[in-house]
Structure formats: C-alpha cells, structure tokens
Ligand binder design. Structure first.
Ligand code: G3I
Length: 433
C-alpha cells in the first residue's frame, strides 16, 4: 500500500487568513511545538493512523462510507491502488453505510430488496478487519416512494417487523451495532412525549419504537441496539429541551425492559456559535447509570457563516474536534466515534443544495479529517490528539495486520427474505493465488 498522506503544515499556512478565528493568535497546545514548525510533515499511516491510535486506547474510530466507491475486488486481491479505499482501510476500524442500508436504498419496490451495496460494505469490512454499524432500521426520512401509498394502519406493524427481520436477519452476527430507531424525537411537534409526528408514529402509535427494538433484539441478539438522534448536543434552550425528551424516551424504554444498549449522538456540529458543554457531559453520565453507552455516530463540522479561506475553516473545525472529543471521549461509556465521511470529497455538506449547508462565499465545506485531495487537515491532528488524551493506553499503536482475504471473509446465509428469488446473489468468496 502506498503512503500518500503526507502534508506540510506551517504556521503561515494555518494562520495567514486574517479572519474570524479570534483565538488563532494563541495556538492550542495540540497544534503547538513540532506540528507547526516549518517543514514538519505528518505521517498518517501505519502506527500514526487514527485507526492505530484508536486501537491503542481501546476505542473504535470510523467513518460513514459509500460502498460503491470502495475498490473491494482490488482489496481482496491485495492490490488496490484506489486512494479512497486505502484511506478508509488505513484510518478506520469501524465503518457505516452513509445511505446503503436505508429503506429507500434497500427497497426499490415493496417486494424487492436490493442488498448489493450493503453486502459490498460487509465484504469490504471483513477484508479490512473492520467492524460495521447498521444505519438504520426505522426512520421518518428516506422511505421509498411506494411507502406512502402502500403503508396503512393495518399493515404498518407487519411492514416494520418484516423489514427488520429481513435486513437485520441477513446481517445477523456480523454487525457491531444497529441504529434501530433514528431521530424519533422532535419537540417542535409539541407532543407531551416529545416524539416526532413521523409516518411510523401516525401508523402504529408511539409504541413503534418498542416494537422496533424488540424485533431487532430477537433477530440479531449480538448487535448493540442504538437510539440515534441529532440536535441535542448543545446547552441552548432548544437543544437542552430535546435532550430532556431523549432522556424521557430512554427512561421509558428502560422502564419497559426494552433491549437497548446505546444512544447515538450524531454530532453534526457548527464551527460558529455555542458548543457542547456540561449539559451533554451530564447526559452521558446519566445514561451510564442506566447501563447505556454513548456512540458519537456522525461527527462533522459545518463552517457556514465563518468568514475566511480554507485555512481559517481548517483551524476552526479542528478546534471544534479537539474541544468536543476532549469533552466526550474521556467518558468511560463512550467507546465509539465516527465521522460522517472521512474526506471532504464525499460529504453531505458538499453534496447538499440546502442553504444551511452552503457557504456564502461559495467555497466547499471542509468538515472532515481529510480534505478533497485526501490530505490530512488540522482536524486530523485534533482527532488523533483527542483519542490519545481520552484514556490510558491498552497497547502500543500498531499497524493494522496484513489482510488474508480467505481468513476474513465468509459468505453468510440469507435469512427469511420474502423475495429470495429477486435478491442479488451474495458476493463471491475472494480467491487469492
Ligand atoms: O441515489 C440518488 C440518485 O439516484 C439521484 O440521482 C440523486 C439526485 O439528487 O439523489 C440520490 O439520492 C440522494 C442520496 O443522499 C444518495 O446520494 C438523496 O437525494 C439525498 O437526499 C441523500 O442524502 C442523504 C441524507 O442522509 C438523506 O438520506 C445524505 O447523503 C446522508 O449523508 C444523510 O445522512 C443523514 C443520516 O442518515 C442521519 N443523520 C443526518 C445525516 C445528514 O443528513
């Protein structure tokens, strides 16, 4: 594997933009010393990778990926030259499909499942020795077009149960965790329980959440079952209120003995404005008392509204990474952190046409640890430093083991799909000379 990810960080590069990064005059400790000395180059592979550093602290670090961009056959043959594939292999020890496991991706018609992209991710991760998160089994967004005309109060329970049994059943025993229910809380809908007026709530009632978790647990007892949500990281009035409703939901599930193991805190943060603080820290400690872990599931940093060029963005984004992960990763029940993408070349913030994702100067967003050219940016250093500061070493950082495809990838049995005849075939077992 080549080692392309060396870059030059100089004090001038980081600070030449005049901008609104008021703290830039006083550099934080994690960007001082050697890292900013002229000529310093950072190595990001092998024992210097995020992956190696995460393993050395007993953490999982990973990223959302698009399986169709991964050179799985090249990886299986031990000869991939694709830089994106190399980057994901070298940096992550857990991955999640950004879109490929959502209803709309899996179910083009009511009777047909398209598992090909999701299967591809499983095969990739097995080759790379990575864990996989499932995202997601029940959400109000990205439902297929046919859902609106097909789902009724009479069939919605069966539809949800059958979907979970088919999808979680297919990957049974293979996943680290499932986002079983995604984004079920929205105080703006003004219900006393804080739940969102989603299609699932309208068709089944509030107990759709219990039904989803119970079905997932019965189908894949080995997966860590997660409730995943956004917009409750800050100590603003809105987000504090939402955090309260999420806590109310968690207490309800625990009181009913519903199998749930973790809360996903998505962590789509902004460079400007209030930052997460004591409220989130208290929440993490409270859910620990309830026996729950917290996973950072979708971290990235939006710089809309922040003036200045790429260097200013990089500096501000890195500060958010360092402060945020410095707050949450030392908590003992936070063993997992994923960024929503790994390179700015593939991030929803650059793909979205929505105004809140677009920078006023028209520049591309730089929300992730690697830039458009797959080169590390200061957020990489911030992330790695936060990992290193989070907890004691459990092992010295070591390079990922060499991959033997024949020992890592094992085809799995297809379970219970109602559409066996239309399913895409399982990927072939890789053959290596
Ligand atoms: O696949 C179609 C393609 O065929 C079509 O040509 C194209 C035209 O716009 O659209 C493609 O689908 C898009 C899909 O991403 C794949 O690129 C959808 O329009 C677009 O809405 C979808 O956006 C995704 C969004 O979730 C909605 O599912 C983003 O990539 C994805 O990053 C985002 O992820 C969510 C998490 O699942 C939940 N938490 C928030 C997070 C960010 O919104």
């Amino acid at each position: 594997m080549t080692e392309p990810n060396r870059t030059l960080w100089t004090r001038r590069n980081l600070l030449k933009s005049s901008v609104a990064v008021s703290a830039s005059a006083a550099l934080p400790a994690w960007l001082k010393a050697g890292q900013l000395a002229s000529g310093f180059r950072v190595n990001v592979t092998g024992t210097d990778s995020l992956r190696a550093h995460a393993v050395s602290r007993g953490l999982l670090y990973g990223a959302a990926v698009n399986p169709l961009l991964l050179d799985v056959d090249g990886l299986a043959a031990g000869s991939t030259a694709d830089p994106y594939t190399q980057l994901v292999v070298s940096q992550a020890n857990i991955v999640v499909a950004e879109n490929a496991m959502k209803w709309s991706a899996l179910r083009p018609t009511p009777g047909v499942f398209n598992f090909a992209p999701a299967d591809r991710l499983l095969r990739f991760a097995a080759l790379a020795g990575q864990r996989v998160r499932g995202h997601n089994l029940c959400w109000h967004e990205q439902l297929p077009d046919w859902f609106n005309t097909t789902a009724t109060r009479d069939n919605a329970r069966n539809l949800l149960v059958e979907h979970i049994q088919t999808v979680a059943g297919r990957y049974k025993g293979q996943l680290h965790s499932w986002d079983v229910v995604n984004e079920a809380v929205d105080p703006k809908d003004a219900r006393p329980d804080g739940l969102r007026n989603s299609p699932w709530l309208g068709l089944i009632g509030p107990d759709y959440i219990e039904l989803a978790f119970q079905t997932a647990a019965a189908t894949d007892p080995g997966a860590r079952l997660t409730y995943n949500d956004y917009g409750f990281e800050l100590d603003t009035a809105d987000q504090t209120a939402k955090r309260g409703y999420v806590m109310m939901l968690l207490r309800r599930l625990k009181a009913r003995n519903i199998p749930i193991h973790a809360v996903g805190v998505q962590s789509h943060l902004k460079a400007e404005g209030p930052q997460p603080g004591v409220g989130l820290q208290t929440f993490i400690r409270e859910v620990r008392k309830m026996g729950l872990d917290v996973y950072i599931t979708e971290l990235d940093v939006n710089t809309r509204g922040l003036e200045g060029g790429p260097e200013a963005q990089d500096y501000a984004v890195a500060q958010v990474y360092r402060n945020y992960l410095g707050l949450v990763l030392p908590e003992p029940n936070v063993p997992v952190a994923l960024t929503w993408g790994i390179t700015d070349a593939h991030t929803w913030l650059n793909e979205s046409k929505d105004q809140w994702a677009r920078r006023e100067d028209g520049a591309r967003q730089r929300p992730l640890p690697f830039d458009d050219d797959l080169q590390p940016v200061p957020a990489f250093a911030a992330l790695r430093t936060a990992i290193d500061s989070s907890r004691p070493l459990v092992a010295a950082p070591a390079a990922a083991p060499a991959v033997d495809p024949n020992t890592l990838y094992k085809p799995f049995r297809v379970q219970g799909s109602p559409t066996t005849s239309t399913q895409s075939p399982l990927p072939p077992t890789p053959h290596v000379e």
